[in-house]
Design a protein around this ligand. Structure first.
Ligand code: GDP
Ligand code: MG
Length: 558
């Protein structure tokens, strides 16, 4: 296939703006899938994706399309739409030269539209704005065109207006892809240079790496080397994704496809790794920032006898999701378990749901926390911990103030887009969450884009719900990592009848200790079953009790 007839592109959009539906239409138009079937989100393979209507793992499909007497190979890489999975978006983009930026004709530009636009812009990709859902009664494509011009500086005549649902004007998207996105810049005569942009684990076939070939050719039987781990593998199978794997025995530079090479562990096909031929080393391609867990929670089997089953379920799931970190943990009350790190709350929920659905496991999760840091104060402590700055993923291990010169908390730069009438309430909400305003602009007559620097722990639990409810669902939110800032943090113990319960220890900002302590005590009082004896529920910082509730308890029989 001549390189000049290849296009590699992605669809990016705010959640629900129609990526998956558009992907289905493109697959049908190119005859990749059968039009007569009722195709819904064909690329969303996981049960949880279909149920929640979100895409969790990016999928790839190769489409063939005839245009002006030539046949083109269009490689479509679907991306997830939720902020927790932004790292997947950047990953998919590295294999592309262009994107379709889909915007809902009724909702207009939303927070994730902005975040996704900048990911594509920074990667210097061609951007084709697509205004979708023009069939809706409430659609206002002209308004959205103006927003796109104002916020992204893209001339409004470049927008392609479609209805992915009805198929209206979808064909012109394929033409825009061919005309406006350049073919990949590759050299087939050079030795093999392939980028691993995703990988999955298959129980029977081992690791399946999704690759984009920048240079050279790879064939079945070749010996290849991972630049990352320097191990040599033999290629057992190589092919394209249609969207299911279809073996072709060879892939050429410019193509996107999959490769199986006897890798047993998903960490062997590290996303961002470069593969080259044995004895023909090349300069590795720039890799990716690896995904950093932002939310940690303890996980325990409901019944300890289920520990081994749960262990193997967790192992299997993490084989396919290397962004989950796993540490063993144990607790007096809950027994043996793990402390898991996730990219965000949705990621955590999705993981939980997959454990339940795919492995029939029932688990207890503790309240999520964020990775705080502490800068140790003495050389002796630094030696003891073997680090100057320690990361605390378990509140029970929060070091005492006497050991620390400074505590640090993770912060994120949040983008909120909202109808103007809610701006005041949203600003109050942000202030209550200790956020600092960075910017505010009108993206049209009555829509505002706000930028705030948030402490991450202030948004992990219920910020999104609060934002949605005070804006009647109209405000959207996305965030990106913004490092760490110094914070006055304290460890808060929760006591039941005078005894500290380790699983309930939390870390809070000193100014919020009272309100958080009170909320936890009230919640506990209401959630524990009403019983016969009185016991005290207390929140304490060191020896100082800061909140107290009383409840009535029955001692268990026996
Ligand atoms: P994604 O989250 O971006 O992948 O969005 P989906 O493709 O899952 O679409 C979200 C919802 O919008 C679904 O209920 C679709 O049926 C609907 N939808 C997608 N495209 C259109 C369209 O062109 N018109 C209308 N009316 N609805 C659409
Ligand atoms: Mg989708």
């Amino acid at each position: 296939f001549p390189v000049e007839n290849i296009r590699n592109f992605s669809i990016i959009a705010h959640v629900d703006h129609g990526k998956s539906t558009l992907a289905d239409r493109l697959l049908e138009l190119t005859g990749t899938i059968d039009k007569t079937k009722n195709n819904k989100q064909v690329l969303d393979k996981l049960q949880v994706e279909r149920e929640r209507g979100i895409t969790v793992k990016a999928q790839t499909a190769s489409l063939f399309y005839d245009f002006e007497g030539k046949q083109y190979l269009l490689n479509l890489i679907d991306t997830p739409g939720h902020v927790d999975f932004n790292y997947e978006v950047s990953r998919s983009l590295s294999a592309c030269q262009g994107v379709l930026l889909v915007v809902d004709a009724n909702e207009g530009i939303q927070a994730q539209t902005v975040a996704n636009f900048f990911l594509a812009f920074e990667a210097q990709l061609s951007i084709i704005p697509v205004i979708n859902k023009i069939d809706l009664k409430s659609a206002d494509p002209e308004r959205v065109e103006k927003q796109i011009e104002k916020v992204f500086d893209i001339p409004r005549n470049e927008c392609v207006k479609i209805s992915a649902k009805l198929g209206t004007n979808v064909e012109s998207i394929l033409q825009a892809v061919i005309e406006r996105i350049p073919p990949p810049k590759v050299h087939r005569k050079n030795p093999l240079r392939a980028l691993v942009f995703d990988s999955t684990f298959d129980r029977y076939r081992g690791v399946i790496a999704n690759i984009a070939l920048f240079d050279g050719v790879v064939s079945k039987g070749d010996k290849i080397v991972s630049a990352h781990n320097q191990k040599t593998y033999e290629v057992n199978e190589v092919g394209v994704l249609n969207p299911n794997e279809q073996s072709t025995n060879k892939l050429y530079a410019g193509q996107v496809g999959y490769l199986i090479a006897g890798m047993k562990n998903i960490t062997e096909a590290q996303v961002g790794d470069t593969l080259y031929l044995h004895r023909q080393p090349v300069e590795p391609l720039p890799g990716f920032k690896s995904a950093k867990p932002m939310v940690f929670a303890g996980m325990y089997p409901v019944d300890q006898s289920e520990y081994n089953n749960l262990k193997s379920a967790v192992e299997k799931l993490t084989l396919n999701d290397s962004s989950v970190t796993v540490h063993r943990d144990s607790s007096l009350a809950l027994g043996a378990g793990w402390r898991l790190g996730f990219l965000g709350l949705l990621h955590m929920e999705v993981f939980n749901q997959r454990l339940e659905q795919e492995y029939n496991a029932s688990v207890i999760m503790t309240t999520p926390t964020v990775p705080y840091k502490a800068v140790l104060s003495s050389a002796k402590l630094i030696k003891e911990y073997r680090e100057k700055e320690i990361t605390i993923i378990n509140p029970a291990q929060f070091p005492d103030k006497s050991k620390v010169t400074e505590y640090l908390e993770p912060v994120v730069l949040g983008t909120i887009i909202t109808p103007d009438e809610y701006t005041r309430e949203i600003m109050m909400l942000c202030q209550a969450r200790r956020a600092v305003q960075k910017n505010m602009v009108f993206i049209d007559q009555n829509r505002v884009m706000l930028k705030y620097l948030f402490p991450l722990n202030e948004i992990v639990v219920d910020f999104y719900d609060s934002l949605k409810s005070l804006s009647s669902g109209y405000a959207s939110f996305d965030y990106e990592d913004a490092g760490y800032q110094a914070a006055e943090l304290v460890k808060m113990d929760i006591l039941l009848n005078g005894n500290i319960v380790e699983e309930l220890v939390t870390i809070v900002h000193k100014d919020k200790a009272h309100s958080v302590g009170k909320a936890i005590c009230e919640r506990l009082k209401d959630s524990l079953p009403r019983q016969l004896f009185e016991i005290a529920v207390q929140a304490a910082i060191g020896s100082k009790i800061i909140a107290r509730e009383t409840m009535v308890v029955i001692l268990p029989e026996k």
